[in-house]
Design a protein around this ligand. Structure first.
Ligand code: ADP
Ligand code: ZN
Length: 291
């Protein structure tokens, strides 16, 4: 069976064809410009591929409620050309196959739940810490939606005493994304995050914010595992710092088997950066099963 997979990102669209077991048969990427230019390129890629379903994981906010009038629309994104665009509807006009849709981070979470390190877990979260911060939540093998979808990147945090400026989110002065995404590191320290690899104070502060957010998610969702992806998490020195700080912030309050083994609890993505596209394959498969 050939399943189409589309990871619709703010900078690029990754288009792929895969199989039920998660194998990726072919893949290519298209830069994300305007919908008028980009969507026809996506359609022409998939038209020739003989796919029987398509799974789409999109940047958000995006309407993922199938009963809503604006299902499949990109909502109030700062990417103005895409605001209120009917992404899924445009694809459906030209590609007559069942389609599944979720957010980019829920897609990655689903990829890890289906093919990766989170198989069989009843509660798991996947964070991407990159240009923005997104949090995907998987409960009993399914991504959590609710009224829209979780927006864990915008939880409010306590600012570090040595961080006078506050965050860069236009909506919130002290949210996780505003304080800890890649561009906020760059704004605070005046250099790209990758160029700050040797500056211990940068990662000390970064891990302070990430750990705070994780403790909030642990308290609310009781995840069995926390998976951290995205460009900023390429700084591997963050992992031990985050694990230590999470333990400190929990203050001995929770004592579970999972928390006793922090190295297996807070982990990098396990699918070699294919977790997103593999999640799309699963979204396509689920859409086919429901068709
Ligand atoms: P996106 O979030 O746009 O999909 P990424 O996950 O690659 O893409 O995130 C891009 C952000 O991650 C940028 O702000 C960049 O500075 C930061 N970044 C990318 N690579 C690294 C790295 N090796 N170390 C630290 N930060 C990085
Ligand atoms: Zn915010």
């Amino acid at each position: 069976m050939r399943i189409g997979a589309l990871e619709a990102g703010g900078t690029k669209m990754v288009c792929a064809v895969g199989r039920e077991d998660g194998t990726i048969l072919e893949q290519m990427s298209i830069p994300t410009t305007t919908p008028e230019e980009t969507i026809p390129k996506i359609i022409s890629y998939f038209k020739e591929k003989d796919i029987c379903a398509l799974g789409v994981a999109a940047f958000g906010p995006v309407d993922v409620n199938p009963r809503s009038d604006t299902y499949g629309y990109i909502l109030d994104t700062p990417k103005l050309a895409w605001r209120h665009k009917d992404l899924l509807g445009e694809l459906k006009k030209e590609l007559p196959v069942p389609m599944g849709l979720d957010t980019d981070v829920n897609g990655s979470c689903l990829g890890e739940m289906t093919y990766g390190c989170a198989k069989g877990l009843d509660s798991v979260i996947y964070l991407t810490i990159g240009t923005g911060i997104g949090v995907g939540v998987g409960i009993n093998g399914k991504p959590l939606h609710g009224m829209l979808h979780p927006e864990g990147g915008h939880v409010l945090l306590t600012r570090h005493k040595d961080d006078p400026e506050g965050g860069i989110c236009p909506y919130h002065k002290n949210c996780f994304e505003g304080l800890a995404c890649g561009p906020s590191i760059e704004a605070r320290w005046g250099k790209k995050a990758v160029e700050l690899a040797g500056r211990a104070e940068v990662w000390e502060l970064e891990s302070f914010y990430i750990a705070q957010a994780l403790v909030d998610f642990i308290m609310i969702l009781s995840p069995r595992k926390i998976i951290l992806g995205g460009g900023v998490m390429h700084q591997e020195q963050l992992f031990p710092l985050i694990r230590t700080k999470v333990k400190e912030l929990l203050g001995g309050y929770l004592n579970t088997r999972e928390l006793a083994d922090m190295d297996s609890y807070i982990v990098p993505a396990s699918l070699h950066d294919d977790q997103g596209i593999m999640g799309c394959i699963k979204l396509g498969l689920d859409a086919l099963a429901q068709a």
